[in-house]
Design a protein around this ligand. Structure first.
Ligand code: NOJ
Length: 571
């Protein structure tokens, strides 16, 4: 099992640690429940830190734990300087940060700058301020506008909420009359902030400093591509997102060039610290070129590579996604990242279980429309993990990925909590299926997720079949996905070729990928229908499935090998 190097890792790590880091995403409400109320919390996370240290990751990204009405799983923040009571207290937050550091784990929090909760005091003040006009300082923190049409009864423009329906909601003014409209690119309970307002900028700088002073190492930036809105808030009309004109995006609220100036000011702030603070952007953009703009030398340190996440399990598209990522990141001097899933996407076991390549499989509806081969999905996911961890740069593991958890595709309607379910008029089942609480141990739900004697079941029901996928069941089982991750992460730490750096492609049969990293490392991934022969004398370090007796890599399998220079794989 991977053994940590302890606290030395955090204090003595190279200054640019993020370039090689494996970051584990803790979706806190579903990770571990320390107080037995059926919802994961800080106490649960603290009790499981040793598990994460032994797994062999370098850092944690903890999803929002701030005070929140939880209309969008905590991405609706009412107070950025307080912990939600359902998750714990500020002293507990401080304790988990320092305990993680003691175990050699860095800690990234989740910053949500595009919007706040409608229960944030700023929004309450904005409502109470009444129809004081756009010059009202309380309303000017948000995007309030008069409506169109007779009596202003129509929304100010045609923008749509990401979760369905109009992106505008009309308020009732303090005098009881229908009034202005406010913008929300997500749920109505998530009013958008106006990032042209200096007060908004100052407040977020202060929030970051607050958490940096408590020791956090950086932030994941929510909706990093959404903060800037086009002047005049023009209609989208028939524009299909995004419209690229030259090297500019012409969409009125996604990936606009004006966002970059914001990140330059943040980078200056992060660099003030001796051990520089780190930003990882969530930016859904058109292509790797657009993504690389977010990680220019004076902007964010890293950004999630969703192009890779969405690439089908096929050699050619996968290789071109990898090449485009490497090329565009190299051009700006940034380290690439690799990610297979998160709390917004269908788990890769279930995506890869489907026929690949016809269209990107992001939403549950797209996945459910296709027939599933779940064994194949798991087999490919294990191979994808070895591919991801062998590529140059940083990697992100979403909790449960290391157990090979599938999406829970059949949650009953009445347990669904994702706001998209209601707001889409029940046409999108949403993201709950990837947020089902983690199975830790035992033969039946709650599988050790909640403390013994829990007062409530897990907030989303766990399938009975997960008894085979608990941490306890997989620990020590050499064929399990958990042991595959543990071994791969240990090898990644030890092998000088892995982490940040470069790769060179090696000749490989159609449908397979093979690349070398120096010194002396090769990764072979077989996505073709037949087996692929390994070079003579290759020593297998790890394989996602056993090679055949005649030294061949079967279908949907990845292997890491040590090699003599310049050998080739053959069909
Ligand atoms: C992206 C987050 O990952 C997602 O969970 C959330 O719903 C939206 N941003 C809005 O904050």
């Amino acid at each position: 099992m991977a053994r940590r190097r302890g606290v030395a890792r955090v204090t003595e790590a190279p200054r640019r640690w993020w370039r090689s880091a494996v970051v584990y995403q803790v979706y806190i409400r579903s990770f571990a429940d320390g107080n037995g109320d059926g919802v994961g919390d800080i106490a649960g996370l603290r009790s499981r830190l040793p598990y994460l240290a032994e797994l062999g990751v370098d850092a944690l990204w903890i999803t929002p734990w701030y005070r929140s009405p939880m209309r969008d799983g905590g991405y609706d923040v009412a107070d950025f300087r307080a912990i939600d009571p359902s998750l714990g207290t500020l002293p507990e937050a401080q304790a988990v940060i320092s305990e993680a550091h003691e175990l050699g784990l860095r800690v990234l929090l989740d910053l949500v700058p595009n919007h706040v909760s409608d229960e944030h005091h700023w929004f309450r003040e904005a409502l109470a301020a009444g129809r004081a006009g756009p010059e009202s300082p309380a309303r000017a923190r948000f995007i309030f506008r008069d409506g169109r049409g007779p009596a202003g009864a129509e929304p100010p423009n045609d923008w749509r909420s990401n979760f369905g329906g109009s992106a505008w909601t009309r308020v009732t003014e303090p005098d009881g009359r229908p009034g202005q409209w406010y913008l929300h690119l997500f749920a109505p309970e998530q009013p958008d902030l106006d990032w042209t307002n200096p007060e908004v900028r100052e407040e977020f700088a202060a929030i970051m400093r607050f958490w940096f002073a408590l020791g956090v190492d950086g932030f994941r930036i929510d909706v990093a591509h959404g903060l800037a809105k086009a002047e005049g808030l023009p209609d989208i009309g028939g524009v299909v997102w995004p419209r690229v004109a030259g090297d500019r995006i012409e969409h009125p609220h996604w990936d606009r060039d004006e966002v970059h100036e914001i990140y330059r000011t943040w980078r200056t702030l992060a660099d003030e610290y001796n051990d520089p603070k780190v930003f990882v952007g969530e930016a859904w953009v058109h292509d790797p070129e657009r993504l690389a703009r977010y990680v220019r030398a004076d902007e964010l340190h890293a950004a999630f590579n969703f192009d890779f996440l969405l690439a089908p399990w096929q050699a050619e598209p996968m290789r071109s996604s990898i090449d485009a990522t490497l090329r565009t990141h190299r051009a700006v001097g940034a380290a690439p990242t690799w990610v297979l899933s998160n709390h917004d996407t269908v788990r890769e076991v279930s995506r890869y279980a489907r026929p690949q390549g016809a269209r990107p499989l992001l939403k549950l509806g797209d996945v459910l429309a296709l027939p599933a081969d779940r064994r194949r999905g798991l087999r490919r996911s294990r191979a994808a993990a070895l591919l991801m961890l062998a590529l140059p740069g940083g990697a992100y593991i979403y909790q449960g990925e290391e157990l090979g958890l599938p999406e829970v595709e059949d949650l009953p309607d009445d347990v669904l909590r994702d706001p998209g379910w209601e707001l889409s008029g029940h046409s999108e089942r949403g993201r709950d299926g990837c947020r089902v609480p983690i199975p830790w141990s035992g033969p039946a739900p709650p599988f050790g997720f909640s403390a013994p004697g829990a007062s409530a079941p897990p907030w989303l029901p766990q399938p009975a079949s997960w008894r085979e996928l608990t941490v306890a069941a997989e620990s020590g089982d050499e064929g399990s996905t958990l042991e595959l991750y543990r071994r791969a992460l240990a090898l990644r730490r030890e092998h000088p070729a892995l982490g940040d750096g470069e790769l060179s492609w090696l000749p490989a049969p159609a449908g397979a990928l093979a690349f070398a990293r120096e010194p002396g490392f090769t990764c072979v991934v077989n996505m073709s229908a037949g087996p692929v022969t390994l070079p003579p004398g290759a020593r297998v370090l790890i394989a996602s499935a056993p090679p055949t007796d005649d030294h061949r890599v079967p279908q949907d399998t990845a292997v890491w090998i040590t090699r003599a220079p310049r050998e080739e794989t053959s069909a």
